[in-house]
Design a protein around this ligand. Structure first.
Ligand SMILES: [Fe+2]
Ligand SMILES: [Fe+2]
Length: 183
């Protein structure tokens, strides 16, 4: 079933604002982790759980689909944009590594706090730079494609999972994180 692209782009931009808030919190918790006790780890783990089940599993694949649409409909606008899929792959590897380290540390395993700190800051830097590039380049090209009349996309293959944290229904798994964001 074809869907309008413009609302999809609006959702992706809203996702970026949401993720930016989570990255600020992750950075803040990562900086505190060197001095404080394990309660910080739980919030960081919640953030990275969200990144794996929503950002990596829903948001990025949607962008990959839009990029594929741009390549097919407007090859003139899609030159040199292959980094979008490469960066999604790299980000998903980084987020799983960090999440797994947090799971390990949270369940009492031996993980160096310096490692978690370094991985978290690397992830924050990568995702921030990636979102900045998408907003300043990829999304603008997609806007141009839509403005020029290619405004529909076949959306039945989009991953349909709803946002479990910022969406209409807050999943119980994310209640603590939701409260921390809104504190
Ligand atoms: Fe992306
Ligand atoms: Fe994005």
């Amino acid at each position: 079933m074809p869907s309008e692209i413009a609302p999809v782009l609006a959702e992706l931009r809203q996702d970026h604002r949401n993720m930016a808030r989570l990255l600020n919190l992750l950075e803040e918790r990562a900086e505190a982790i060197l001095e404080e006790e394990s309660s910080d780890l739980e919030l960081m783990l919640d953030i990275m759980h969200y990144m794996t089940v929503y950002s990596d599993a829903v948001h990025h694949p949607k962008e990959d689909r839009l990029y594929a649409e741009l390549c097919a409909a407007r090859p003139d606008l899609s030159q040199g944009m292959g980094r979008v899929c490469d960066e999604h792959h790299t980000l998903s590897l980084q987020s799983v590594v960090l999440r797994d380290k947090l799971v390990e540390a949270f369940s009492g395993g031996v993980v160096r706090r310096n490692d978690i700190f370094a991985d978290a800051l690397r992830y924050v830097g990568s995702l921030r730079a990636h979102m900045r590039w998408e907003e300043s380049d990829l999304f603008r090209r997609l806007d141009e494609m839509v403005d020029d009349g290619h405004s529909l996309i076949e959306s039945s293959t989009f991953v349909q999972r709803r946002d479990p944290l910022f969406g209409a229904t807050l999943e119980a798994r994310f209640k603590t994180l939701f409260e921390a964001i809104n504190a």
